[in-house]
Design a protein around this ligand. Structure first.
Ligand code: GDP
Ligand code: MG
Length: 175
């Protein structure tokens, strides 16, 4: 048995959304099964690898995270290169981050492949008392752009696996 990675396909995903919405925490929850409560925007993760199965195919997911460049609400073109799927994240307790999603979509339209798959994720759904963006608003925006929609909590591990699995499946089904 060889120990080298064997897979049927490789998929490149990106995490996008305003600073502080929980992109890095979602990725760490998914790839490492851990949650870091401290603010970790500056760590500068490049990407994480996660090997999964979709419909009997072995898929190697390469998931890229920003190193905090999104603070300037713009991301360089090179970040988008080769991306096949994008996880668009807002914070359900932060309306501004939800309103930014349209801006992120227009940056995707400018810089990413026209066929790139997108998914919309409303994170921090554990913070019920502070929730200001309703589930219906999230759903409505997602359907306007033909995206699947999930409300997640990186903290409590709600819908994290499901979100990544569904964007990966959309990409796989398209390729
Ligand atoms: P990023 O800038 O989008 O990468 O956001 P981070 O992953 O660095 O998270 C920003 C802050 O939100 C940190 O203080 C996290 O602890 C917190 N956070 C992230 N996800 C959740 C979540 O699901 N629930 C709660 N309550 N806090 C979260
Ligand atoms: Mg981050």
């Amino acid at each position: 048995m060889s120990h080298t990675a064997t897979y049927d396909m490789q998929i490149k995903l990106l995490m996008i959304g305003d600073s502080g919405v929980g992109k890095t925490c979602l990725l760490l929850r998914y790839a490492n099964d851990s949650f870091s409560p401290t603010f970790i925007t500056t760590i500068g993760i490049d990407f994480k690898i996660k090997n999964i199965e979709i419909d009997d195919k072995r898929v190697k997911l390469q998931i890229w995270d920003t190193a905090g460049q999104e603070r300037f609400r713009t991301i360089t073109t090179s970040y988008f290169r080769g991306a096949q799927g994008i996880v668009l994240v807002y914070d359900v307790t932060d309306r501004r981050s939800f309103e930014s999603i349209r801006n992120w979509i227009s940056q995707i339209q400018q810089h990413a492949d026209v066929h790139v798959n997108k998914i919309l994720v409303g994170n921090k759904c554990d913070m019920l008392d502070e929730k200001v963006v309703s589930t219906e608003e999230g759903q409505k925006l997602a359907s306007e752009f033909g995206m699947q929609f999930w409300e997640t909590s990186a903290k409590n591990d709600v819908n994290v696996e499901q979100s990544f699995q569904s964007i990966a499946k959309s990409v796989k089904d398209r390729l």
